[in-house]
Design a protein around this ligand. Structure first.
Ligand code: FE
Ligand code: ZN
Ligand code: FE
Ligand code: FE
Length: 186
């Protein structure tokens, strides 16, 4: 597609976000399943419901533009989710995996915040006040999710992971484990 105007870019970035959210609808249930701490699992499940609402907001915006939301793949979100999948394949202690899931999820939230911040600003510049409001609402939700993840990291998860590491992890990983971990990473 050719980007001849800022309006074209606006639509294209909205499509990127639409695809990113669609990918997350599939990834979040897997992340919830992989989480051990009940609060973390609940946070992923809650954000799945929030994400469904965000897709509806985008649908509304596309309808008002008379454009289709499909036709673009967000390769950045694909990469972020892929990194999360790699983590879930690791042979990690549950609390350490929780910390890793939080780190992966926060990368996702920040990516979304950057994307929604841009399209919100474009919508304002065009005078699309309703769309700007919808996009700002989603931007706020992504920010809330990010803060919630920081709270989870500060309260239970990372402390538990550290304690577990001190008690159970030998100072050096055995050679066999290093080898298998490296093998999986490839
Ligand atoms: Fe989202
Ligand atoms: Zn993207
Ligand atoms: Fe970087
Ligand atoms: Fe999000």
């Amino acid at each position: 597609m050719s980007l001849d105007s800022l309006h074209d870019l606006y639509v294209e970035e909205l499509r990127d976000l639409y695809n990113a959210e669609s990918q997350l609808l599939k990834a979040l249930p897997k992340m919830a399943k992989a989480a051990s701490a009940p609060e973390l699992r609940a946070a992923f499940e809650e954000h799945l419901a929030v994400t469904e609402g965000q897709v509806e907001r985008l649908d509304q915006i596309f309808e008002s533009l008379g454009e289709r939301p499909t036709g673009k793949k967000c390769v950045a979100m694909e990469g972020l989710i892929e990194e999360g999948k790699e983590l879930m394949k690791e042979d990690a202690a549950p609390a350490v995996l929780d910390a890793a899931l939080i780190a992966a999820a926060q990368r996702v939230e920040h990516y979304e915040m950057a994307g929604y911040g841009c399209v919100r600003t474009y919508a304002r510049l065009f005078g699309f006040d309703d769309a700007a409001e919808l996009l700002q609402a989603t931007l706020n939700e992504e920010g809330d999710a990010d803060h919630k993840l920081t709270e989870l990291a500060e309260s239970v998860i990372n402390v538990e992971a550290e304690e577990e590491g001190e008690e159970k992890e030998p100072p050096r990983r055995p050679a066999s484990k290093r080898k298998s971990a490296a093998g999986r990473a490839r």
